[in-house]
Ligand binder design. Structure first.
Ligand SMILES: C[S@@+](CC[C@H](N)C(=O)[O-])C[C@H]1O[C@@H](n2cnc3c(N)ncnc32)[C@H](O)[C@@H]1O
Length: 552
């Protein structure tokens, strides 16, 4: 535990200190599920991962194009860092690039490339900011600074310490700093602090990673049953309540993917140097256990799973898949040979997941990840893209609601959006009388032909827009796309009656009449499609004579 008190805590919170878990952030007032607790828009560190520094704005972390849709602007000095516009370039220069710009000439001369591995660049940035006398860097990383680093625990960890020494040395060398023992010790301590306090800023929309470190966020301790979560929008992190938080409750987030088996979670937490005592770890609970007692279950009355009793008591058979079985399935599926997302690996993973399927434990990883992989592969092929629809309906009804009990959780919203996108495609080919040309699965064609596909698409978009406003930012690409599609749907001829009914349902989902209509017109086809998913995975896609998943 560091000895200095933080002065960076957000309003509505206060700081506490535990003997066993150091500083922590505590709610100074109640927060409702989904409520924004705080935003963190001025991080100490925010950088894209190494190779992405040529394709991602180095300041705001937006991936894509530069001014007027052209290439990203490169820094005239180092030509390595790129920006979406002159504003970002100026801001980055002031924040850190002025200190680091010259470093890239050394990187090019010594390593023959113009980027550095993320941790090395991050350590170099901090060392250069410290050298330049930056106050925020000094308060967090300087001697006796606020950030916990667990340096002694890292030093004892032979599996990582050697690597850390090399990375710290690289940061000192490329940073053009004096290679003294004192400087190297500082670099190692900075690296430990970054490891302990930075977030992997994984962008689920682009798959890009990077790191984000804010001294206020760094106060938050971990739980595998967290009451809060973090989302990123460019250079800003948003801390939101995942469930109601009472005044005096400690605010906790998950540092890792908390849906994974216990031993895998513990391996992920190893570098944080503490024993997790959360209920999930103490009692080895699976996703179904945690969901069954979740206080946010009632929010699901407005979702694709309005039957709350089913969320509390699903028809799984634990006796068929013990924790040991789940762990073995997870480890087998995540062996390097099965992790490339390709067709052969996905097919193999599905076979390995049979033990979970037999127990009907659809929400237990790696089954959902395998289904998602299969859905992505299906989408890429002319032969199979329609199959992505039953698979995504299955994911959104049998997997996601257990994993992410609050319907505003971004991953869950993305699942609903995937259904909307697929329905907009199937509705288009159905209207053109070409559905049978795209899909030979009789039952699937039958369900789609009797379904008001545009209404289902519209209902999904309304769910996305509603929940994105709670669980993500307004500028989230998924929400922007949903609003754009909703606008297009509203312009379609002859839809005013259905649209007004759906708008009324979205305004008042508790209304009995609206609920009955939603059930019949929207949920029933989604459930019928979801019911085809397992058979499609087993018999249609990869069986001998099944559809090959070939790139479109
Ligand atoms: C990002 S910091 C959190 C703030 C930290 N408690 C402090 O005093 O600065 C991460 C470190 O906090 C501690 N920590 C976080 N969650 C914990 C937990 N559930 N139990 C015990 N220690 C925890 C570990 O030392 C971990 O490496």
């Amino acid at each position: 535990m560091s000895t200095v008190s933080y002065n960076v805590r957000p309003p509505g919170t206060r700081e506490a200190t535990h003997l066993s878990r150091g500083h922590s952030l505590v709610a100074a007032r109640p927060f409702r599920a989904g409520e924004l607790i705080a935003t963190f828009a001025d991080p100490l560190l925010a950088l894209p991962d190494g190779p992405s520094m040529r394709t991602t704005c180095n300041y705001c972390l937006r991936v894509g194009s530069g001014p007027m849709g052209g290439p990203l602007l490169a820094c005239a000095g180092c030509k390595a860092a790129v920006y979406c516009d002159a504003g970002c370039q100026r801001a980055h220069w002031k924040a850190v690039h002025k200190a680091e710009c010259k470093m890239f000439a050394r990187v090019r001369a010594n390593a023959g490339r113009d980027w550095l591995p993320t941790p090395t660049r991050a350590v170099a940035q901090v060392l250069l900011l410290l050298k330049a006398g930056d106050k925020a860097a000094r308060a967090a990383f300087g001697e006796g600074g606020t950030l916990e680093g667990n340096v002694e625990a890292f030093r004892r960890d032979e599996a990582v310490w050697g690597d850390y020494e090399l990375q710290a040395m690289a940061a000192v060398v490329y940073g053009g700093l004096l290679e003294s023992e004192e400087m190297l010790a500082t670099a190692r301590a900075v690296l430990c602090k970054i490891q302990t306090n930075a977030f992997n800023r994984l962008d689920p929309d682009t798959g890009m990673a990077g790191i984000f470190l804010d001294a206020g966020l760094a106060m938050i301790n971990h739980s595998c049953v967290p009451n809060a979560f973090i989302g990123f929008d460019r250079r800003t992190a948003m801390l939101r309540a995942e469930r109601n938080i009472a005044e005096g409750d400690e605010i906790e987030i998950s540092y890792i993917d908390n849906m994974l088996p216990k031993s895998v979670r513990q391996e992920g937490l190893r570098l944080y140097h503490f024993q997790c005592e959360c209920p999930r770890c103490k009692n080895d609970l699976d996703v179904y256990h945690v969901c069954a007692t979740s206080p946010v279950i009632p929010l699901n009355t407005f979702s694709l799973r309005p039957d709350l009793s089913w969320l509390r008591d699903p028809s799984i058979n634990r006796s068929k898949a013990s924790s040991a079985v789940i762990e073995t399935v997870y480890k087998t599926c995540n062996a390097p040979s099965l992790s490339d997302g390709g067709e052969a690996a996905t097919k193999r993973r599905w076979k390995v997941c049979k033990a979970l399927a037999d127990a009907r434990m659809w929400a237990v990883e790696p089954l959902p990840a395998t289904l998602l992989q299969a859905t992505t592969l299906c989408q890429q092929s002319e032969e199979t893209w329609v199959y992505a629809l039953p698979l995504s309906c299955f994911l959104a009804t049998e997997c996601d609601p257990f994993k992410f009990v609050a319907p505003f959780m971004p991953w869950r919203i993305k699942g609903v959006m995937m259904i909307a996108m697929l329905f907009s495609e199937t509705a288009r080919v159905t209207a053109a009388g070409e559905l049978a040309k795209h899909c030979s699965h009789k039952k699937l064609v039958e369900i789609l032909e009797k379904t008001d596909q545009v209404s289902v698409c519209e209902a999904m978009l309304r769910l996305v827009v509603h929940y994105a406003a709670i669980g993500a930012s307004e500028s989230w690409e998924v929400a922007a796309k949903a609003r754009e599609m909703l606008d297009e749907v509203s312009k379609l001829e002859g839809r005013s009656k259905q649209s007004s009914v759906l708008a009324a349902w979205a305004r008042n989902p508790g209304d009995a009449q609206a609920g009955a209509l939603f059930h019949e017109v929207i949920l029933q086809p989604i459930d019928e499609l979801a019911a085809l998913a397992v058979e499609i995975m087993d018999d249609e896609l990869w069986s001998p004579g099944g559809k090959a998943v070939v790139k479109r």
